[in-house]
Design a protein. Structure first.
Length: 371
């Protein structure tokens, strides 16, 4: 500091702090060799506290207001420096301004997933993030525990410590709450309040800080777990997959029967649907109380295969075969096969299908002539 700065420092007799950043917690007033004139004006604005420190010991604390620094309003400092009958200008002391206003929009988040034992899905990994507000509640504890001799102490300097405390308490809180993962969203307000209280208990006495607000904005699962839950939800919306597949096939049969492609086109659609239904029936256990169908039931319910033009189509039920006979697409010479048959056989030679080719009854006789 040059001579001009030294003289300017000696002449300044107003001690104040104007903060435009809104993120500074503590600021030390700069004085030439910490010299303050007798009768200097101290201005403490709303949201501030001024703390006088003498040789490393905290002396007087001034709340918001304007003060003329004299022996009368510096009782502790007067005792520490041995002023019995007043003091001569200048005197030495350090003046720290502590902001008691809230520092908002501070953010926290879990750097690594938190393991949770979910009662329904088992072990899960969770991530969470949110915001919190910070303010100085005890200026003396803050100066002694964190600031030391720093010229300026910002909220970001303690941000890493606070985020670590929040993450640790969040993991313990979620584990102790035993709330299912799907119910966490409905309990965010209660969890936020509980988390704030737990973190506040860790920093209250030791650092002199207060958390007026702490909010859990979101709790999320890993993307692969969210996809699995979406798939499970979709299956739940469909309900009984077997009945749904039967409904789809029943709707498709009339349209396929009118297809000009005939049995080949119809066989492709119906065969695919019946094949999917069979696979679903094998994958899903039968409902309680419903006995499985007997092996012979397939011979009348729909396991007939048709060989036509070097291709095998099916399986079809009797209704589909009867419709094909009516359209002339299935003849008595067409080869068919079903489970239990030794070889492909002409349809008219199979007893179960012979009735499809029976000669229709003669037309009824004409009515007798009127008398």
């Amino acid at each position: 500091m040059g001579l001009l700065d030294r003289l300017r420092g000696e002449l300044v007799d107003i001690i104040e702090w104007l903060d435009d950043g809104h993120r500074t917690l503590v600021w030390r007033f700069p004085r030439w060799q910490n010299e303050i004139k007798n009768g200097a004006q101290l201005v403490v604005r709303p949201g501030q506290v001024a703390v006088f420190v003498d040789r490393g010991r905290i002396a007087d604390v001034f709340p918001p207001g304007m003060y003329a620094l004299t022996t009368a309003n510096l009782p502790v400092l007067s005792t520490l420096q041995g002023w019995k009958y007043g003091f001569e200008s200048p005197f030495k002391a350090e003046v720290y301004f502590v902001s008691t206003a809230q520092v908002t929009d501070l953010k926290w988040g879990t750097p690594n997933p938190v393991m949770l034992r979910d009662p329904e899905y088992g072990p899960l990994r969770l991530r969470a993030f949110g915001t919190y507000a910070l303010r100085a509640a005890d200026p003396k504890a803050l100066l002694q525990g964190l600031v030391g001799t720093d010229q300026s102490f910002e909220a970001d300097e303690i941000g890493e410590l606070l985020r670590s405390l929040v993450n640790a308490e969040f993991a313990q809180l979620v584990g102790e709450s035993k709330i299912a993962a799907l119910d966490l969203a409905a309990n965010l307000a209660a969890l936020s309040d509980g988390l704030r209280k737990r973190v506040q208990a860790r920093i209250d006495d030791e650092y002199g800080l207060e958390l007026p607000q702490l909010v859990i904005v979101n709790v999320s699962l890993p993307p692969e777990v969210e996809k699995a839950l979406d798939a499970r939800s979709s299956m739940g919306l469909l309900g009984d997959l077997q009945r749904y597949q039967q409904y789809q096939i029943a709707n498709a049969v009339p349209a396929l029967a009118q297809n000009p492609g005939g049995l080949a086109a119809a066989g492709a659609g119906i065969g695919m649907g019946l094949s999917m239904a069979a696979q679903l029936n094998q994958a899903m256990p039968p409902p309680m109380g419903v006995p499985p169908p007997s092996p012979g039931a397939w011979q009348t319910q729909g396991a007939w295969h048709v060989a036509q033009g070097g291709r095998t189509m099916g399986p079809f039920d009797l209704a589909a075969l009867a419709a094909a006979v009516a359209r002339g697409e299935l003849t008595a010479a067409s080869l068919v096969w079903t489970a239990g048959m030794n070889a492909w056989t002409a349809a008219s030679q199979v007893p179960a299908l012979a009735q499809l080719f029976a000669a229709p009854p003669p037309p009824p006789p004409p009515p007798p002539p009127a008398p």
